[in-house]
Design a protein around this ligand. Sequence first.
Ligand SMILES: Cc1ncc(C[n+]2csc(CCOP(=O)(O)OP(=O)(O)O)c2C)c(N)n1
Ligand SMILES: [Mg+2]
Length: 253
Amino acid sequence: MDTKDIIKPENLVYAKPALMNDNPMHYCPGCSHGVIHKLAAEVIEEMGMEEKTIGVAPVGCAVFAYNYIDIDWQEAAHGRAPAIATAIKRLMPDKMVFTYQGDGDLAAIGTAETIHACNRGENIVIIFVNNAIYGMTGGQMAPTTLQGMKTATCPHGRTPELNGYPLKISNLLERLEGTCYVTRQSVHTAAAVKKAKKALRKAFENSMAGKGASVVEFVSTCASGWKMTPDQANKWMVENMFPEYPLGDLKDV
Ligand SMILES: Cc1ncc(C[n+]2csc(CCOP(=O)(O)OP(=O)(O)O)c2C)c(N)n1
Ligand SMILES: [Mg+2]
């Protein structure tokens, strides 16, 4: 193929999903949120569910998710997305309903909603972006912050004596009878992105098959909050986050 033909739209092998609009994203360079948004958009599109999907946007860095993916959205108060998603899915069972939550949202202020929605076996998908920090508000300690990790509110590093232990909430959710699928993924390499997309597709399919709650945790970077370059953040995540939050399926019924 002639080089000038390669850039013609009909010859492109890679394209942005049609559901992703052209609004410039507010995410920092190296942030995982953008890639995870794209994966969600791709899966929804490939399932032909563009008109039937309702996302519940959280409080946190992804508070503006509705600005980027052209589906129906409902905003939720901090931590309450699983409760809102429960209501939406129960009222409109033919819709594909998902929440999109950070670790502060899902594993701190919204712990109760998360656990009870999963325990009730609600037919929703929970997308859980675990960057071990409260990104939006300036990098405070979250329940998922690693031991020894420095944040704005534990500048000398998290200590278990003072702050407890990193909360592996997906391991808790995996134990609940209402969850059918709990998996931990990441988007730091092309191979990981491919795997994560398959996991997301399975989760969405589970929800439409009425199998119960599916949780897809994305172990993620927050280069700004961690005060690193995007490259350093990816490396730091592999070396420090993955041993604490190992990737792979925790449960697949
Ligand atoms: C009821 C309530 N409490 C606190 C806040 C302040 N707040 C906004 S975002 C946030 C933390 C978000 O962290 P996380 O859920 O991990 O998302 P991230 O920004 O890291 O993606 C907090 C505490 C709020 N908006 N509402
Ligand atoms: Mg966070």
